[in-house]
Write a protein that binds this ligand. Structure first.
Ligand SMILES: Nc1ncnc2c1ncn2[C@@H]1O[C@H](COP(=O)(O)OP(=O)(O)OP(=O)(O)O)[C@@H](O)[C@H]1O
Ligand SMILES: [Mg+2]
Length: 375
């Protein structure tokens, strides 16, 4: 088994995702697709916005498949640079790079007979896409630094992304042949705002879960609070609902949750169900975040980093902030550190954070004049 604390690996096996909670028609369709995918051994591509439950679905497919007695190993393709990702997936031979003191199996070998869950597959570089495609076509693993030996691995690949891959294909950023390889069974999970019938059962589920976890009595929800929650748009999807449920459990242990106890955004950004238009893009609280940074002088660490790590903000929210900031600094990351009210010595930490979580953008596209000194 690979070290589970290595970057990009999921935490050790834990009881998670054993059920897909919800009662909407849309979720029933997803549940049927999970059953169908679990019965087959075909590759699965799971798509949907951040926080909709893609990882839960991936776990369910594995747990219900005939591979369930073998491991399911997860890798986040956005969390590490190419060279490390290649070695994590395919392994490496001793001496193939400075710290390679011994031969190491990669994830595909370690998960033999099981499943590999490739999260954020849409973020892979074209080079890594080519290597993955070769593996999917031949089933052969070539360790980094070992040109001669090949081993075979029998793994099922389940991949997920919150990107629209056809758009990335059109932009030349994702290989069409790889897309068709991965996309044998395609499960799309709709955003929570398009399946409002799931809000109450999910809330109920999470309140119970957190009451047990925090050892407090279960709170109840008033009809007004439920109405406000059902009218809300849920830009952060189920993850946002989960976070709010945890806060409410701690705020009103054993009591009755009133509409006033709900977070400000739920109270102020609810749209009555009957007049709610079908939205295409998730509303991102980006302007409010920018105002806090640019007008009120709060730092990026407080406004974006902390909530992002607590999963209250999505990667798209952070990317949006960075994009707007880079537009103002014309691609200059050092100036961005200043603009976002961070200390100059935070520069490296800031860039490392952006790179690690796939929020880094090439400065060139914001550049105005060639030759300008940037970074
Ligand atoms: N239908 C569901 N039933 C129970 N829990 C759910 C459901 N959907 C999502 N969750 C929970 O919501 C949280 C977010 O889900 P998950 O991590 O699977 O989202 P995701 O689509 O993979 O998001 P991202 O694109 O940001 O990685 C998790 O805590 C997960 O357990
Ligand atoms: Mg995920």
């Amino acid at each position: 088994m690979p070290p589970v604390d290595a970057p990009g690996y999921a935490p050790p096996p834990q009881p998670r995702g054993s059920a897909l909670i919800g009662r909407s028609q849309a979720l029933k369709v997803v549940q049927q697709e999970v059953e169908y995918a679990a019965r087959s051994d075909a590759k699965v591509l799971i798509t949907g916005a951040s926080g909709v439950g893609k990882e839960v679905v991936a776990h369910l497919i594995h747990q219900r498949s005939r591979r369930r007695h073998a491991p399911m190993l997860t890798i986040n393709c956005a969390a590490m640079p190419d060279t490390l990702l290649e070695s994590e997936l395919f392994g490496h031979a001793r001496g193939s790079f400075t710290d390679a003191y011994r031969d190491k199996r990669g994830l595909f070998e370690a998960a033999n007979s099981g499943t590999v869950f490739m999260d954020e597959v849409g973020e892979m570089s074209l080079r890594m896409q080519a290597l993955l495609l070769r593996f999917l076509e031949t089933g052969e693993i070539q360790r980094v630094g070992d040109e001669r030996n090949r081993v075979n691995a029998n793994v099922r690949v389940v991949a997920a992304t919150n990107r629209r891959l056809p758009e990335r294909i059109a932009a030349g950023e994702f290989r069409e042949d790889l897309y068709y390889r991965l996309n044998v069974i395609h499960i799309t999970i709709p955003p929570l705002r398009e399946r409002k019938d799931d809000v109450t059962p999910l809330l109920d589920h999470f309140l119970r879960l957190f009451a047990v976890e925090h050892g407090v009595p279960l709170p109840q929800c008033s009809p007004d609070a439920i109405a406000a929650l059902e009218a809300y748009d849920w830009p952060g999807n189920v993850r946002e609902l989960r976070n709010i449920a945890e806060r409410l459990t701690c705020r009103c242990p054993g009591g009755v949750i009133q509409a006033d106890d709900l977070p400000l955004e739920v109270r102020t950004r609810s749209t009555p169900a009957e007049s709610a238009p079908a939205r295409v893009a998730a509303p991102v609280p980006a302007q409010a975040l920018l105002d806090r940074i640019l007008l009120k002088g709060e730092s990026f660490w407080d406004v974006a980093y902390e909530p992002f790590m607590a999963r209250d903000l999505t990667r798209d929210d952070v990317r949006h902030l960075v994009r707007v900031g880079l537009e103002q600094t014309r691609g200059n990351y050092k100036a961005l550190v200043q603009l976002f009210n961070m200390e100059p010595q935070d520069y490296k930490r800031f860039l490392n954070f952006l790179r690690k979580y796939g929020c880094h953008m090439p400065f060139q596209r914001f550049r105005m004049a060639p030759g300008r000194e940037i970074e």
